[in-house]
Design a protein around this ligand. Structure first.
Ligand code: CP
Ligand code: NVA
Length: 301
């Protein structure tokens, strides 16, 4: 079963193949054949979404397939039906399931019980679809990401975790600056080190961004987080002109969005010439089309 659950569970050559296919889909190649004609994708959301929701639906339709949009609160799940039963029942009707969950364990249980491929549309632990779009976007603007230097300044959250996995799988250098109380999971850091990943963690954003090709951040308060003291902890990690000035002169700024101008990033940076945020959003659709194509390739046609 070709689940797309996390970047560290998929061979790096497959991830590269998906990125290359996303580039061809962006050019319009292969769409006239409607490669997913007759296939149905279910999208389940436990949390809000703009990009993931619309880019999956638009992408599936461009491939000739169809989509059923499900809010988890409308399903019998909300009344206590088990995830296992839900997974088996949905597998009778659809060819693929994408789910955005509050807890990673929910996604894992869904995948363990589904008889069709399951795609991670964001959990509290990771956001692999976003990273596929981000690698594609970086490469469009800066060339191959291999050996490039990416800097993260902010919360050690689900996006930071996926950047760590991507650093190993796509072989780039990743400098992470985050507050001591908001570090990425030690298990993940250990995994990256064990794989020979060039992932370096500190608490000083100015050290992290030195000579970086890209500076990346994310919201201070992710969905499901409680903002007890996050605004205070993260204030010095804001990406602004002063921080960007320490990166390479031709560096780019990236953010998965939604962004909060004046908090995680200054308006000057996100709306300035170095920003790739709308390119990332656009490439969500093409990279997910390639993910869907890969997930469904064994059952296609
Ligand atoms: N970046 C991202 O996943 O955005 P949404 O929450 O709008 O889907
Ligand atoms: N870290 C953010 C990403 C949103 C796309 C969140 O989980 O809310």
């Amino acid at each position: 079963m070709r689940h797309f659950l996390d970047l560290n569970q998929i061979d790096s050559s497959v991830l590269r193949e998906i990125i290359e296919r996303a580039k061809t889909f962006k050019l319009g190649d292969g769409l006239a054949e409607r490669p997913l004609d007759g296939k149905i994708l279910a999208l389940i959301f436990e949390k809000p979404s703009t990009r993931t929701r619309v880019s999956f639906e638009a992408g599936m339709k461009r491939l000739g397939g169809e989509v059923i949009m499900l809010n988890s609160s409308d399903l019998q799940l909300a009344r206590g039906e088990t995830l296992s039963d839900t997974a088996k029942v949905l597998s009778c009707y659809v060819d693929c399931i994408m789910m955005r969950t509050l807890l990673e364990s929910t996604l894992v249980e869904l995948a363990e019980n589904a008889n069709v491929p399951v795609i991670n549309g964001l959990t509290n632990r990771s956001h692999p679809c976003q990273l596929m779009a981000d690698v594609m976007t970086f490469e469009e603007h800066c060339g191959p990401i291999k050996d490039k230097v990416i800097a993260w300044s902010g919360d050690g959250n689900n996006m930071a975790a996926s950047w760590i996995q991507a650093a190993v799988q796509f072989d780039f250098v990743l400098h992470i600056a985050c507050p001591p109380d908001l570090m990425p999971s030690q298990t993940l850091i250990d995994w990256a080190k064990c794989k020979g990943g060039r992932v370096y963690i500190n608490h000083d954003p100015f050290i992290a961004v030195a000579d970086a090709d890209a500076v990346v951040t994310d919201t201070w308060v992710s969905m499901g987080d409680v903002d007890s003291n996050r605004h205070n902890l993260l204030a010095t990690y804001r990406v602004d002109d002063a921080l960007m000035a320490k990166a390479k002169p031709n560096s780019v700024f990236m953010h998965c969005m939604p962004a909060n101008r004046g908090k995680d990033v200054s308006a000057e940076v996100i709306d300035g010439p170095q920003s790739l945020v709308f390119n990332e959003a656009e490439n969500r659709m093409y990279s997910q089309m390639a993910i869907l194509y890969w997930c469904l390739s064994e059952t296609r046609g």
